[in-house]
Design a protein around this ligand. Structure first.
Ligand code: PLP
Length: 357
């Protein structure tokens, strides 16, 4: 007998599918020394300055932190030369994506996004009984004209991840500007920049290029990927102050915890360390791209910290073969495998495990 009356929207849900842990693959295949390249994590631990700031904050853990994360917001605002009223914080940028759905979406409303994209979008839509309207990629790229055409009077949100997860492809602020001009400004357009730091600056900055002329734009960013703080859960959004006020109302109390605030502030203060590692990862991405192409693989340029290999129908076989060799990747059945760029040594290992097409 069922316990309680579960909401049908939740009962039908499978939940978010996290990347498989290396330890789990080791148990499943009876191997040792597996590596996890399934969640686009930074291979480097936080640097000592950031670690020290987090350690210092431990002494205050008997107290609730600052729910509004005032110091974190003002540090971000100063860094970006924006008013603090334009900064929202969340429990990772996923927390902010959930706050956006909570703030704007009623059951039956529509949320439009290109697909495949970040797998958490449909989960949040389903939780709130929203209709997710998925717009197929064309040659692994966004079709922004089709996104615009999919927007109706019921559309409350559009999610655009650029660079996109899992394809690594990106769109320019010029192209997003055209989309914005062709849809109602009552639709909130979320530009999910989880991988911004790995992107080519030529694609533009939505905060300076779009936000001043489009108050319906919300840009989400995170300390999880480039700053190597995925386990800390610290994200932020840049938006019109009115939007920030609404998002703040649904911020789960203290979910950007004391340590997450201390870590985020230190990460900004010592950002040159992260920038060096990002440069290393980008140069590894370029090296791996060349190696894969000379081996005969065909795939789009990645602008993030992972590479998407379109393995089509062979995806599950290739994924399993790599995992048995101790390399855990993220499979998208029938579509391709997404593999995180890591240290040179780990990249050589996955190149080896993938082999030739
Ligand atoms: C990893 C990722 C995020 C962010 O994750 P948080 O850890 O919650 O900040 C957001 N969007 C996309 C597209 C991602 O791949």
């Amino acid at each position: 007998m069922a316990v309680g009356k579960v909401r049908p929207a939740v009962q039908a849900l499978t939940g978010y599918r996290p990347g498989k842990a290396a330890s789990q693959a080791e148990v499943e295949h009876g191997i040792t020394d597996a590596i996890k390249l399934a969640s686009n994590e930074n291979p480097y631990s936080p640097d000592s300055d950031v670690a020290a700031a987090i350690t210092d904050a431990i002494a205050g853990l008997n107290r609730y932190g600052d729910h509004r994360a005032t110091a974190m917001r003002s540090t971000i605002a100063q860094w970006l030369a924006l008013p603090a009223e334009m900064i929202a914080v969340g429990c990772g940028s996923s927390g902010l994506l959930q706050q956006l759905v909570l703030t704007y979406v009623d059951p039956g409303d529509e949320v439009v996004f290109p697909w495949p994209s970040f797998e958490i979008y449909p989960v949040f839509c389903a939780t709130f009984a929203a209709r997710d309207v998925r717009v197929d990629l064309v040659d692994l790229e966004f079709d922004l004209a089709a996104v615009a055409a999919a927007v109706t009077e019921r559309t409350k949100l559009v999610f655009l991840a650029t660079p996109n997860n899992p394809t690594g492809t990106a769109v320019s602020t010029g192209d997003i500007g055209q989309l914005l001009d062709s849809i109602s400004d009552e639709v909130i357009v979320v530009i999910d920049e989880a991988y911004r730091e790995f992107n080519d600056p030529a694609f533009g900055d939505p905060v300076t290029d779009l936000l001043p002329s489009h108050r319906n734009v919300v840009v989400t960013r995170t300390f999880s990927k480039a700053y190597g703080l995925a386990g800390l859960r610290s994200g932020y959004a840049i938006a019109d102050p009115e939007v920030v006020t609404e998002l703040d109302k649904v911020l789960l109390a203290f979910s950007v915890n004391n340590l997450a605030q201390a870590g985020a502030i230190a990460a900004i203060e010592h950002r040159e360390n992260a920038q060096e590692r990002v440069a290393e990862l980008v140069s590894e991405r370029n090296r791996v791209t060349e190696a894969l192409r000379s081996a005969g693989w065909n795939f789009p340029d990645s602008h993030a910290n992972f590479i998407f290999v379109p393995t089509g129908e062979r995806t599950d076989d290739i994924y399993l073969r790599m995992e048995k060799a101790g390399v855990v990747t993220r499979p998208f059945t029938g579509f391709g495998v997404r593999i995180t760029i890591s240290t040179r040594e780990e990249n050589d290992r996955w190149l080896d495990a993938l082999g030739a097409p």
